[in-house]
Design a binder for this molecule. Structure first.
Ligand SMILES: CCC/C=C/C(=O)SCCNC(=O)CCNC(=O)[C@H](O)C(C)(C)COP(=O)([O-])OP(=O)([O-])OC[C@H]1O[C@@H](n2cnc3c(N)ncnc32)[C@H](O)[C@@H]1OP(=O)([O-])[O-]
Length: 329
């Protein structure tokens, strides 16, 4: 009975979040595009094209920060016969989680969530060597307060959407996945990483002077325990795949060319479990964390804005950005 009630509550919370997110996504889209003449009819461009039983969901086209391109930042292949969607992140060069990307991501997950025939989601990257470089630092640097707010709301939404999803979610981590990239992976039910020692995963934020939000700490603690979380977050640690496996940050390592195939095989196993039982159990495990986060959501927002807009934080971010650019040149 308790488990059932918890599932119902979870579903309600998810529906609430979905609705709230959708409304905010639309607002965010409008804000992002307010100076563009392409807003009209944009939401209806969540179009689907179908061939051979596969449906390719083409998410909203959003103006890009870097090159102002309107290319979609996600490609979603939904196989109706298996009920599994594969979401390829394609936000070059490093799949950074920009406002545009996050908006598109939330809408795409929302759309899959609402489709009852979609039971599983595999998240992976189309970019070579990188799963995701984490939050787009350009969206945290030199912006106005309202832009920080809009960005952070999108970050919160991304996490809530993924963490509270009713679908089975598997991260097929085919490249480095620092910071926000690691958070995305941790929000999934299962993590499979390419066994390539050049790749890293973890939370390096303190290394360049920023702090992860409390909900990130909470989610990580439930997966790798208090001590590993403490060490990782305080020292800003990034792990190679085998060390990540040792502390439980990922569940499985496979050769690089088998990441997606293994994710697909693993998904079949998860989908063999009756949906209702799995969902109730997922709810039992995750709802307390979600409830906690929902109750402090606005405080978390204020904390972020006040922290990120500090001169000292901005200075450190500026230095870090310079360092990233120099590394390339
Ligand atoms: C919610 C929890 C809190 C989370 C906080 C965060 O996520 S904070 C985020 C913490 N994340 C990190 O600290 C990760 C930092 N990034 C990396 O460590 C590496 O980029 C890499 C290992 C992901 C890929 O290595 P690689 O050798 O394949 O690529 P490369 O290094 O040559 O970069 C190519 C271009 O991308 C640029 N760029 C890169 N990342 C970001 C970004 N996040 N944003 C914006 N831009 C970024 C880079 O400047 C360069 O630009 P350029 O010169 O072309 O104009």
């Amino acid at each position: 009975m308790d488990a059932y009630k918890s599932s119902v509550d979870f579903a309600e919370a998810t529906a609430f979040l979905s609705h709230a997110c959708y409304e905010q996504d639309k607002m965010a889209l409008r804000a992002t595009l307010k100076n563009k003449s392409i807003l009209s009819g944009l939401l209806s461009r969540l179009s689907s094209c179908s061939s051979h039983g596969r449906v390719c969901v083409s998410p909203v086209l959003v103006a890009q920060r870097r090159n102002n391109s309107t290319s979609p930042k996600l490609k979603v292949d939904f196989n109706q016969s298996t009920g599994v969607a594969v979401m390829h992140m394609q936000n070059p060069p490093v799949n950074s989680l920009s406002l545009g990307f996050l908006t598109e991501f939330c809408i795409a997950v929302e759309k899959l969530e609402m489709d009852k025939s979609c039971r599983g989601l595999i998240l992976t990257s189309s970019q070579p060597k990188v799963f995701s470089a984490g939050l787009d630092i350009m969206d945290m640097y030199g912006k106005k307060l309202e832009q920080y707010e809009e960005f952070w709301r999108a970050v919160q939404e991304m996490w809530l959407k993924l963490y509270s999803s009713n679908m089975v979610t598997i991260a097929a981590i085919n490249g480095s996945s620092p910071a926000g990239g690691c958070l995305m992976s941790l929000s999934c039910d299962y993590r499979i990483m390419a066994d390539n020692p050049r790749y890293s995963i973890g939370f390096n934020e303190t290394q360049f002077g920023i702090v992860v939000p409390v909900w990130c700490k909470e989610a990580m603690t439930t997966i790798v325990g208090h001590r590993n979380t403490e060490l990782t977050l305080e020292l800003g640690l990034l792990y190679n795949p085998s060390d990540a496996l040792k502390i439980g940050l990922v569940d499985q390592l496979v050769p690089e060319d088998q990441v997606l195939a293994t994710a697909t095989k693993t998904m079949t196993k998860w989908l063999a479990i009756p949906d209702h039982a799995r969902r109730i159990t997922k709810s039992m495990m995750r709802k307390p964390t979600i409830d906690k986060i929902m109750s402090i959501r606005e405080a978390d927002m204020q904390q972020y804005i006040s922290f990120i807009s500090k001169d000292s934080t901005q200075k450190m971010l500026g230095t870090y950005l310079e360092m990233l650019k120099k590394k390339r040149g």
